[in-house]
Write a protein that binds this ligand. Structure first.
Ligand code: HEM
Ligand code: HEM
Length: 173
């Protein structure tokens, strides 16, 4: 179904599973972050970081194709075009930013493994890595604020994803 307006259109079970399980994966990625590049001297940590980033990126790519090929936004049909565009920009920016975190992380690991442990190149990649991390915090904040805005509007968008603080189906505008 293309819209939730007056219907019970929703994301599939797999779409919800991907959305919520990715949040745990992301939180774990933040939790286990590297505090100092010298930690990568530990080859097991370096390998683990690389494998984690590869898994993270594969998950993200799979999710992106699954979502774009099989699912529709739950925004109501009468949503202004500017708001649709804003939602699309934030969603796509999140995908790009998350991919940039994983790719720059793997680049750091590769350069480190090659022996380029300091210098302009690795510093530049670390800057990209840290900048993408800062940017994703902003994007996620905007995304969550927008989700709460829809929850307060009672337009059914909230119900399409979070399994808690549900809108009453009969009150949906
Ligand atoms: C790491 C944190 C999060 C990321 C990266 C994220 C990412 C996304 C993305 C990319 C979409 C578009 C559909 C898709 O491609 O899966 C989406 C949809 C959605 N998310 Fe999140 N999300 C996060 C956290 C949250 C949280 C905490 C909430 C609510 C409290 C939330 C509520 C929603 C809702 C309601 C939708 C449906 C929006 C629509 O259909 O237009 N998200 N999320
Ligand atoms: C998806 C996977 C990854 C996530 C979610 C992630 C997350 C983070 C976070 C949150 C920070 C702190 C940023 C800041 O304080 O501004 C960070 C820094 C860093 N990460 Fe990653 N990272 C990932 C992959 C990697 C990989 C694969 C490597 C290298 C093998 C790596 C190496 C580093 C380094 C060197 C720093 C900077 C440490 C410093 O402050 O000197 N990261 N990462």
């Amino acid at each position: 179904m293309k819209t939730n307006k007056g219907t019970k259109a929703n994301y599939s079970f797999l779409a919800k599973l991907l959305h919520w399980s990715f949040i745990f994966l992301f939180a774990y990625g933040i939790f286990k972050q590297i505090d100092n590049i010298n930690q990568l001297e530990d080859i097991y940590l370096l390998k683990f970081e690389m494998l984690f980033a590869l898994f993270f990126l594969s998950f993200l790519i799979f999710r992106f194709f699954y979502m774009t090929k099989t699912q529709e936004t739950s925004l109501p049909e009468d949503t202004p075009r500017s708001q649709r565009l804003a939602a699309k920009i934030v969603h796509y920016s999140m995908y790009i930013c998350l991919a940039a975190i994983a790719c720059s992380g793997m680049m750091i690991g590769y350069l480190f493994w090659l022996g380029l442990k300091d210098g302009l190149l690795i510093e530049l990649v670390i800057w990209v890595h840290e900048f993408s991390v800062s940017l994703i915090y902003w994007l996620i904040s905007i995304h969550v604020i927008a989700a709460i805005f829809h929850r307060l509007k009672n337009d059914g968008v909230w119900n399409s994803m979070p399994p808690f603080w549900k809108e009453n189906e009969d009150d949906i505008a």
